[in-house]
Design a protein around this ligand. Structure first.
Ligand code: DGJ
Length: 744
C-alpha cells in the first residue's frame, strides 16, 4: 500500500507514503491540528520514528507551553508553512483579506485516500492509472479567513516519485480573498549538511549544472519572465555532501509549470532545511471569490539513495510514462532538416525544395520551414500575428510547397510563434489593446515584438483560429511552436484593476489552453516546443509536446554541457538536437561532422544546415548517420541513462551511456574535447550492466554506417569494475566514438 494512515491514542494521525525505495512521513499534532513533517528518505519498514521533537531546544508543543508558542512556531517542521503567526522562516501561503490582514493558518480537518490521480484543471500534470498510484488528500482549515486548504500527494507505486499540489477553497466567510502566495510544496529536512544543485544559464547556454554547499539563510532561483526561462530553472536538488553520480542521498524537486516560479532552500538557525517550490509570489495576486477553488501546479519530488544518476533515471521514467502524452512518445521521430541556420529569412519555395531534394536522397525524412514565411517578414521586425503566407517567397503557397516536399517522400513541418504580435502587423494596427502593455507607459519591445494578452478570450480564439487554419491548409506533420521574448510591462486592457495580479498566471493558462486544443484537434501532429532556444524546456510543456528545442547553441562542445544539464531531469527523447553547420553560428568553432552526429544522437536527431552547400565529405556521411539513428534511437529513447564522465567538470572529455531496461544492450558515447599528447585511449568504467552477463563490444563506423565485424567479448563485471580502454582516433580535438554493447 503506497499510503498508510494510523491514528494513535492521542488522536494524532500519521501518514506514511511509500514508493519502492523511499518513505515520506508526516503527522498531525496538538490541539491546533498542526500538520508536521516527520521524515523523507530511504524506505522505512514502519511508520514509527523517534518523536517529532528532534529540535533539541524546543521539544514541545504549544498546548504544553502556551507562553512560548512563538518558539514552537519558529522551529516546527510544518508541512505547509503559513504566514504571520510566529514562523519567521519563509512561508508557503499568504493572503490579503477584506480587513487588510495577511496571516494564514492550517489546522487538520480531514483526509481521504484513493487509487489513481486527479487531474488539475487547466494545468499540465503527471497522470497515473488506478493500479499505478494512490493519492492522499489532507485538508486543513483556516477559520479566520474562511479557507480550506487541501494538500495532494500522489504516490507512484513503481517509481520513487511523489506528485504534490495544493488547492485553496474560499468557504464564504469573505466574499473575496486575495491569494498573494500559494506555493505547491514544502519539505523539511533535519540537521544534515547538504549541497544544492541548481541549473542556471542564459540564451544559448541553458541549464548548466551548478552545485554548491548550502549555507544558512535563503537560497533560491526564480523567474519573473513569464516563462520558466533560460536563466534559472524550476528545479532544485538537495543532496548529501558525499553524494555523487552513483552514491548518496539525493532529493530532486521539479515544477510542472512554464511561468513564474520560485524554488528555494532555506537553512534555519537550528540547521533544519525547508525546501519550497511554487508560483512566484511576486506580482501574483489571485482573487478567490466565495465558493471558488484555486489549484496550484504540481511539484514532482524524487528521492534516490543511488546518487544523482538514480534521481535522473527516476525523472526520466516518470516523465516518459506518466507525463508525456503524445503518440510520438514511443516512436522514432522523423529525421528532420530545419532551414533556420541554413537560410535564416532568406529563402523561397525553390530554395526549400532544393534543400529537400538533396536531403531526401541522403535519407532525411522531413523538411521544416522555420521563421519568415508569412506577412512581409524578411527579418525579425514585423508580421507576427499576420499568419498569411508570403506568396512572394512561397510561390504557389503552403499547399504547393508541402505537396512538392511530400512528392520527394518527405514530411513537411512548419514554424509559428503564436503568442506574439509585431507592432508592424495588421493585427496590431487593428487591435493594439491585444498586446500586454501598461497604460501610460511605453512598452518595452524585445526582438521588435510584444506578447499577446492570452488572458483574453478573444485573443485565444483568434490565435487558435490562425493556427488551426494554417495546419489545415496543407499537409503539415510537424509544428515548431516558438516564443521569442519574455514578458514585461505586465498589464491587460481587459482585466480590471483588481485582476491585474492574475495576468502572469492567466497568461500561462492561456498557453496551456491553446496547446491542449491543438493536441486534441490535431492528434497526429508532432509538436516541438521552443522558446528562443530552450527557455521553456520544462515539464509543463512536455505534457503537450514530446520534444522541446534544447538550445539555439548547436555547437557539439557547448551541447555537451547543455545536454548534460537538461538530461539531469529530462529524458533524452525530449531533447531537440541537430547536426549543425560549421563553423558553428554561435561559437565559431569547427568540429568533425561525425562528432556533431554523435552528440545529436543523444536527442531527437536532425539537421540544421544547408545540405546543398556543406563539404562533400560531410554530405557523404549523412546516410551513415541516418543509419546510426535508426539503429540506436529505440535504445536512446527508452533506455536508462548513465553519466560516465563530464566535460563540465573535467574540462577534457565527456562520456555517457544508455542501457536497455533488460540490460542486454548498451550504447556508449565518448567525446574527447581536448586532445592530449600520448593519449590514445580513455579508461572507462561502464555502469548499469549485468555483472554476470557476457557482452560483445563493437564500435560504430561513421564512414560505413555499420558496426565493426568482430568485437571484443567481456563480462559485465569486467566492463564495470575493471573498465575498458576506449580506443580509436583521438589525435586532435573534438573527436568522438560510439560503442555498441550487446549480450553475447
Ligand atoms: C528561435 C529558435 O530557437 C530558432 O531555432 C529559430 O526558430 C528562431 N527563433 C526563428 O526566429
Amino acid at each position: 500500500m503506497p499510503v498508510t494512515c494510523y491514528t494513535d491514542e492521542k488522536k494524532n494521525i500519521r501518514f506514511k507514503l511509500d514508493t519502492p525505495a523511499s518513505t515520506y512521513i508526516m503527522q498531525t499534532a496538538d490541539t491546533d491540528g498542526f500538520l508536521l513533517h516527520v521524515y523523507y528518505g530511504r524506505r522505512l519498514k514502519s511508520m514509527e520514528t523517534d518523536d517529532l521533537g528532534r529540535i533539541e531546544q524546543h521539544p514541545f508543543l504549544p498546548s504544553g507551553n502556551e507562553r512560548e508558542r512563538c518558539s514552537f512556531m519558529d522551529c516546527a517542521p510544518f508541512e505547509y508553512p503559513t504566514h504571520g503567526l510566529g514562523d519567521y522562516r519563509d512561508d508557503a501561503f499568504s493572503v490579503l483579506n477584506e480587513n487588510g490582514h495577511t496571516a494564514t493558518s492550517f489546522s487538520y480537518l480531514k483526509h481521504r485516500v484513493y487509487k489513481g490521480k486527479p487531474g488539475i484543471k487547466g494545468l499540465p500534470a503527471t497522470f497515473g492509472k488506478e493500479e499505478e498510484c494512490e493519492t492522499l488528500e489532507i485538508t486543513g482549515e483556516d477559520t479566520a479567513n474562511g479557507l480550506e486548504i487541501t494538500l495532494f500527494y500522489t504516490v507512484f507505486e513503481n517509481t520513487d516519485a511523489i506528485a504534490r499540489h495544493v488547492s485553496i477553497k474560499n468557504t464564504g466567510r469573505y466574499k473575496n480573498i486575495k491569494l498573494t502566495k500559494v506555493l505547491s510544496s514544502c519539505t523539511e529536512f533535519y540537521g544534515d549538511e547538504y549541497d544544492t544543485i541548481f541549473l542556471h544559464g542564459s540564451w544559448a547556454r541553458e541549464r548548466i549544472i551548478d552545485r554548491k554547499p548550502l549555507g544558512y539563510g535563503k537560497h533560491y532561483v526564480s523567474s519573473l519572465r513569464g516563462e520558466s526561462s533560460h536563466q534559472e530553472h524550476p528545479f532544485i536538488t538537495l543532496l548529501s555532501k558525499d553524494a555523487d553520480e552513483d552514491r548518496g542521498d539525493v532529493y530532486g524537486f521539479n515544477f510542472v509549470y512554464s511561468g513564474n516560479f520560485i524554488a528555494q532552500a532555506e537553512k534555519s538557525q537550528f540547521d533544519t532545511v525547508r525546501v519550497m517550490m511554487g508560483i512566484n509570489p511576486v506580482d501574483f495576486c489571485w482573487n478567490l471569490k466565495a465558493g471558488e477553488v484555486f489549484e496550484t501546479p504540481e511539484v514532482i519530488s524524487v528521492y534516490s539513495h543511488e546518487g544523482i544518476g538514480g534521481m535522473t533515471r527516476t525523472f526520466h521514467d516518470l516523465y516518459r510514462n506518466n507525463l508525456i502524452r503524445s503518440r510520438y512518445r514511443d516512436c522514432e521521430r522523423p529525421i528532420l532538416i530545419n532551414n533556420w541556420e541554413a537560410t535564416y529569412f532568406n529563402f523561397d519555395t525553390e530554395k526549400l525544395i532544393s534543400i529537400a531534394k538533396q536531403a531526401s536522397e541522403l535519407g532525411i525524412e522531413m523538411l521544416v520551414m522555420d521563421d519568415g514565411w508569412f506577412g512581409h517578414r524578411d527579418d525579425d521586425s514585423s508580421s507576427l500575428g499576420d499568419w498569411t503566407v508570403n506568396e512572394e517567397k512561397l510561390k504557389g503557397g503552403l499547399k504547393y510547397l508541402a505537396d512538392e516536399i511530400n512528392k520527394l517522400g518527405m514530411k513537411f513541418g512548419i514554424w509559428m510563434e503564436p503568442e506574439m504580435i509585431s507592432p508592424d502587423s495588421d493585427l496590431y494596427r487593428a487591435h493594439p489593446d491585444w498586446a500586454i502593455q501598461l497604460p501610460d507607459r511605453k512598452a518595452a519591445m524585445s526582438r521588435a515584438q510584444y506578447v499577446l494578452d492570452l488572458s483574453r478570450r478573444d485573443v485565444i480564439e483568434y490565435t487558435f483560429g490562425q493556427i488551426s487554419r494554417i495546419l489545415k491548409s496543407a499537409n503539415i506533420s510537424y509544428l515548431k511552436w516558438d516564443m521569442n521574448r519574455q514578458l514585461t510591462d505586465v498589464g491587460s486592457f481587459m482585466l480590471d484593476k483588481e485582476e491585474q495580479g492574475e495576468l502572469f498566471h492567466r497568461y500561462c493558462l492561456g498557453v496551456y489552453e491553446l496547446q491542449e486544443r491543438l493536441v486534441t484537434e490535431f492528434p497526429d501532429l508532432l509538436l516541438e516546443n521552443c522558446s528562443g532556444g530552450g527557455a521553456r524546456f520544462d515539464p509543463g510543456m512536455l505534457y503537450y509536446s514530446p520534444q522541446i528545442w534544447t538550445s539555439d547553441d548547436q555547437d557539439p562542445v557547448e551541447r555537451l554541457k547543455i545536454q548534460q544539464g537538461t538530461a539531469l531531469i529530462y529524458p533524452l527523447s525530449t531533447m531537440g538536437a541537430h547536426v549543425c553547420d560549421c563553423p558553428n553560428h554561435s561559437t565559431g568553432r569547427t568540429t568533425p561532422f561525425a562528432t556533431r552526429g554523435y552528440v545529436a544522437l543523444a536527442g531527437t536527431f536532425g539537421y540544421e544546415l544547408d545540405v546543398t552547400r556543406i563539404p562533400e565529405e560531410d554530405r557523404r556521411m549523412i546516410p551513415a548517420q541516418v543509419a546510426m539513428y535508426h539503429k540506436y534511437n529505440k535504445l536512446v529513447r527508452n533506455g536508462d541513462y548513465y553519466r560516465v564522465a563530464s566535460y563540465l567538470e573535467n574540462r577534457e572529455w565527456d562520456c555517457w551511456e544508455v542501457v536497455s531496461k533488460d540490460k542486454t544492450e548498451a550504447l556508449v558515447t565518448i567525446v574527447n574535447v581536448i586532445g592530449r599528447v600520448n593519449y590514445k585511449a580513455r579508461l572507462i568504467k561502464l555502469k548499469g550492466l549485468n555483472p554476470q552477463k557476457k557482452y560483445v563490444l563493437k564500435y560504430f563506423d561513421m564512414n560505413t554506417g555499420d558496426e565493426e565485424k568482430n568485437g571484443m567479448t567481456l563480462y559485465g563485471d569486467a566492463l564495470m569494475y575493471a573498465g575498458i580502454n576506449m580506443t580509436g582516433d583521438y589525435h586532435g580535438d573534438f573527436k568522438g566514438r560510439l560503442l555498441h554493447i550487446n549480450e553475447a
